[in-house]
Design a protein around this ligand. Structure first.
Ligand SMILES: C[S@@+](CC[C@H](N)C(=O)[O-])C[C@H]1O[C@@H](n2cnc3c(N)ncnc32)[C@H](O)[C@@H]1O
Length: 242
């Protein structure tokens, strides 16, 4: 999972003992060599699923990190793409990783908190990858309302969601263990580092999207495989601003 070029265990521990924002500032130079960056097969599957729903002129990547989703937007949008994140370190790494290119859409970066997005309704497409675990369920409506307000009427908010791990699986207990350790850490230390894997339950997420004024549907990301019962390992939530 981790390579010798990635962060050391000590660096990861220091990151996890900071705030989310400062932790990512510290991790930014090595972030792309961690398993936390959204892998390319997921990004490619999202491009293929979203492309037929276009065309899109303008795109927004919420919690862009080092720019994984900006690569997705560059392939889908014709005019302008914007990455927003609250970590200055991650934005700085993203600027180097996703430079403006001649003939490609304009690239802009905004440093802002996704729980209070300051963006006018100018986007056709918003995406987000790998960041929802940083929001408590009570904070999700503010994130979704901000995404809605950044979209033009009819605009799409799309993000992948993995199928929940079966209770008998090792992954289920690994995620349970991780969340429990983080809850303990957050009881004992301030500022908290909010990162929970098991708080982003699809039925609640769909309710929150409806509450924020989206109509939603799920598209299977079949390229990412199927579980033994035939259901997709990963689906794309497509939420349209009504
Ligand atoms: C796991 S990284 C994912 C980065 C990228 N989207 C990817 O898939 O590789 C999570 C990102 O969310 C950002 N983030 C977390 N909470 C945030 C908030 N409240 N507002 C803005 N950005 C936030 C972090 O700074 C970090 O860059």
């Amino acid at each position: 999972m981790f390579t010798p070029q990635g962060p050391t265990l000590r660096e990861l521990a220091v990151q996890a003992l900071s705030s989310v924002e400062h932790g990512y500032d510290l991790l930014a130079p090595k972030f792309d060599r961690t398993p936390f960056r959204t892998p390319d097969p997921v990004l490619d599957a999202v491009v293929e699923a979203v492309r037929p729903l276009g065309p899109f002129r303008t795109g927004l990547d919420i919690c862009c990190g080092t720019g994984a989703g900006m690569g997705v937007l560059r392939r889908l949008c014709g005019e302008r793409i914007v990455g927003v994140d609250f970590s200055a370190g991650m934005l700085s790494a993203a600027r180097s990783a996703v430079p403006a290119l001649p003939g490609a859409p304009a690239v802009d970066w905004v440093r802002a908190d996704a729980r209070a997005l300051p963006l006018a309704p100018s986007f056709d497409l918003a995406v987000s990858f790998g960041a929802f675990g940083h929001f408590l369920p009570a904070e999700r409506p503010a994130v979704f309302t901000g995404a809605r307000d950044a979209l033009r009427p009819g605009g799409l908010f799309a993000f992948p969601v993995p199928a929940p791990a079966p209770v008998a699986s090792r992954l289920y207990w690994a995620l349970w263990g991780f969340d429990t350790a983080m809850r303990l850490r957050n009881l004992l230390r301030r500022p908290p580092f909010v990162m929970y894997y098991r708080t982003f339950r699809l039925p609640d997420v769909l309710d929150d999207l409806a509450g924020a004024g989206f109509t939603t549907r799920l598209l299977p990301l079949s390229a990412l495989g199927r579980r033994p019962d035939g259901s997709p390992r990963c689906a794309l939530v497509v939420a349209r601003r009504t």
